[in-house]
Ligand binder design. Structure first.
Ligand SMILES: NC(=O)c1ccc[n+]([C@@H]2O[C@H](COP(=O)([O-])OP(=O)(O)OC[C@H]3O[C@@H](n4cnc5c(N)ncnc54)[C@H](OP(=O)(O)O)[C@@H]3O)[C@@H](O)[C@H]2O)c1
Length: 352
């Protein structure tokens, strides 16, 4: 029986040694990232690169960033930059990550890492060959609560995991986010929101042996609603994502000895609850809440570099590739194709 919860081993992000960061694509999430990193870490934002001089200047002024680049080529070539944060639509991550790696920079790539597993493999291989860190900014992975869950799973405290559920849906019409409704920008619910439930299932259950998906597509051909069931051994994950409706955005892990509930919004720092039938214990989410938690992957990458490690033990590149292999299979089943993408991974052999 669980009488106390493990303590998170995630270090305070302010302890990570500073790197000099270049921001590639100063849009919505780059603003949240910059605020979080400047408030909670010693990481230095030294450069910004945008296709738009006005956007680059405005971002630099807002965050007191000294170096402004009006091309991504110039940003990645900047000798003052150690690491590039790629914060553009999914369609562009593959080429821009390769650009940064070719210039010898470490790279933190927003989720979804790339459009598909083949592109992710190319980025991973390039980073490995160059001896630099490439990390998916799947921030949930690096949060204190996730480390508590990881320890409960490793220690067997939940018993045998039989079921995972996770959902992430928001109502986002085309007028609110063009990129999410454009197949050419690899829009759709799955890569933008559904990637969180898929990554969560991967953390808990590992790679699925079987994927079964249904979905609804818009007239433009992006997925606006997806339901996927992943089977791994005797366990099953039921995942939903939507651009048409706000869903609970919670996650549950059900084991034979205990259940873990992550309240909304489960992908952010939340107080996860562990219930055994007799008791319910709540884990401290830490002092950094909401989107300020974007600092965690930045600090983790900086620590990897300081330690001379090129692949994250918390989210290895092989797992990022595996997660995209799952989304490739979901997309294959529901018929989502992005124009211009490097070939997705081939369909798996049918399971008997
Ligand atoms: N971690 C999170 O919680 C979170 C939340 C939201 C989004 N994200 C992720 O962050 C990434 C960016 O999302 P966002 O909402 O920040 O995007 P956004 O604001 O729409 O765009 C970000 C930047 O991408 C470039 N861009 C925009 N539209 C483009 C187009 N049509 N073609 C080429 N480049 C374009 C622009 O760079 P220039 O300034 O150089 O033109 C823009 O500044 C995505 O991978 C998304 O999944 C993560």
């Amino acid at each position: 029986m669980i009488t106390s919860l493990p303590v998170s081993r995630v270090p305070d992000p302010s302890l990570a040694p500073p790197l000099r960061w270049g921001i590639l694509g100063p849009g919505g999430i780059a603003h949240a990232f910059a605020r979080s990193v400047q408030k909670h870490s010693r990481q230095q934002l030294v450069a910004v690169g945008s296709r738009s001089p006005e956007r680059a200047e405005a971002f630099a002024a807002e965050f007191e960033i000294p170096r402004v680049h009006t091309s991504y080529e110039s940003l990645v070539a900047d000798p003052q930059v150690d690491v590039v944060y790629v914060a553009t639509p999914h369609s562009h991550h593959h080429a821009q990550a390769l650009l940064a790696i070719a210039a010898g920079k470490h790279v933190l790539v927003e989720k979804a890492f790339t459009r598909n597993a083949t592109e992710a493999r190319e980025v991973a291989d390039a980073a490995t060959a160059a001896g630099v860190v490439a990390l998916e900014a799947m921030w949930t992975r690096f949060l204190p609560g996730t480390d508590v869950l990881r320890q409960l799973l490793t220690d067997g405290a939940l018993g045998e995991v039989v079921s995972v559920t996770a959902d992430f849906g928001l109502r986002i019409p085309p007028e609110d986010a063009v990129r999410l409704h454009d197949p050419a920008l690899a829009g759709g619910a799955l890569l933008d929101l559904g990637i969180y439930p898929v990554s969560f299932a991967s953390l808990v259950l590992g790679p699925p042996e079987q994927v079964t998906a249904t979905g609804q597509l818009t007239a433009a051909g992006i997925d606006e609603h997806v339901r996927a069931v992943l089977r791994a051994g005797a366990a099953e994950a039921v995942l939903t994502t939507s651009l048409t409706a706000r869903t609970h955005t919670t996650a549950q892990v059900i084991g034979t000895l205990a259940r873990v509930d992550l309240p909304a919004d489960f992908y952010t720092p939340v107080p996860l609850r562990v219930s055994t039938g007799h008791t319910t214990l709540t884990a401290d989410p830490g002092r950094i809440l909401g989107h300020e938690g974007l600092v965690y992957p930045a600090a983790h990458l900086a620590q990897l570099v300081a330690d001379g490690t090129t692949d994250s033990p918390l989210l290895p590149l092989e797992e990022t590739i595996g997660i995209l292999t799952t989304t490739d299979e979901i997309r294959r089943q529901i018929g989502v194709v992005y124009p211009g993408e490097v070939t997705p991974s081939p369909a798996p052999a049918p399971t008997p």
